[in-house]
Design a protein around this ligand. Structure first.
Ligand SMILES: NC(=O)c1ccc[n+]([C@@H]2O[C@H](COP(=O)([O-])OP(=O)(O)OC[C@H]3O[C@@H](n4cnc5c(N)ncnc54)[C@H](OP(=O)(O)O)[C@@H]3O)[C@@H](O)[C@H]2O)c1
Length: 258
């Protein structure tokens, strides 16, 4: 560790859902870089193993726990116990990052199965996972939850009604959970990315560049930039921040015209 802000999360036990790829992978690596012990999770065991090895090769501590967040509620909350078992103690930092992404489509084309799946993975699972970690956080005197929302949860977009609704619901959960849990030492906040270049969305990078063009920063974000915001909200640097939505979108949702 060479910079002055390193090790802001030493001793913390983190669970990052959807950290086998994309933004979640960057979040897991960034949390470990700051000293947290991290459980990497998702359905893809092989990809998760690569993330774990990357963290370990850099001197960090990481474990993989497989979970499908579209499974039953009991299976989803089982992830929390399995993560605690791997980490040697209860999770005190939960990052609800996994999401069911939906192809751009007219609302007329959304199927019932898509609606059920988006709400299950993007809303029900974070709700259940948060409820599962909170009792131990209360017992320990505090903890942190960071939810990955989206600019689609903040503003409408013609081809993203379902995805946007699921993210708006997650933004809402952040605020209600913060209201209920702040007094118990638990901070709950949202990071809302705009178009973000990742390893998984490489075929769409040109489209994401077009979406970002003409907005203040004029470019898509990177997974590392989103991860940096998560690290900040997870750290004691954000000790007075509750129920906030931190947009990491190059100004897209803040400015009508650059
Ligand atoms: N990239 C962007 O431009 C952008 C913009 C705004 C918001 N976001 C938000 O940022 C977060 C990460 O997005 P991303 O772009 O990094 O997506 P991604 O690369 O597709 O990664 C999604 C992750 O979620 C996991 N996942 C999906 N379905 C799952 C399930 N049923 N059970 C368990 N894990 C599941 C995947 O792991 P497995 O395949 O191993 O299950 C994967 O690790 C999401 O919440 C997304 O909504 C992204």
């Amino acid at each position: 560790m060479t910079n002055s802000t390193a090790h802001r999360l030493t001793g913390r036990r983190a669970l990052v859902t959807g950290s086998t790829s994309g933004i979640g992978k960057s979040i897991a690596i960034a949390l470990a870089h700051e000293g947290a012990d991290v459980v990497v999770s998702g359905r893809d065991e092989e990809a998760g193993g690569v993330v774990v090895e990357t963290i370990r090769a850099a001197g960090g501590t990481a474990y993989f726990v497989r979970a499908d967040l579209a499974d039953s509620g009991r299976a989803v909350t089982g992830l929390v116990q399995a993560a605690a078992d791997a980490l040697g103690g209860p999770v005190d930092l939960l990052v609800n990052n996994a999401a069911q992404l939906i192809p751009a489509q007219s609302m007329l084309d959304a199927t019932e199965d898509q609606i059920d799946r988006a709400l299950t993975v993007n809303v029900k699972a974070p709700f259940l996972l948060t409820a599962a970690v909170v009792p131990d956080m209360i017992a320990a005197g505090g903890g942190v939850v960071v939810n990955l929302g989206s600019i689609n949860g903040l503003a409408g977009m013609g081809v993203a009604a379902l995805y946007g609704a699921s993210k708006a619901a997650l933004h809402s959960l952040t605020k209600s959970f913060a209201a209920e849990l702040a007094g118990k030492g638990i901070r709950v906040n949202t990071v809302a990315p705009g178009p973000t270049l990742t390893d998984t969305n490489a075929p769409f990078h040109d489209h994401l560049r077009e979406l970002a063009a003409g907005h203040p920063d004029g470019r898509p974000g990177t997974a590392a930039e989103v991860a940096a915001a998560v690290v900040f909200l997870a750290s004691d640097d954000a000790s007075h921040i509750h129920g906030a939505t931190l947009s990491v979108d190059g100004g897209i949702t803040a400015v009508i015209a650059a």
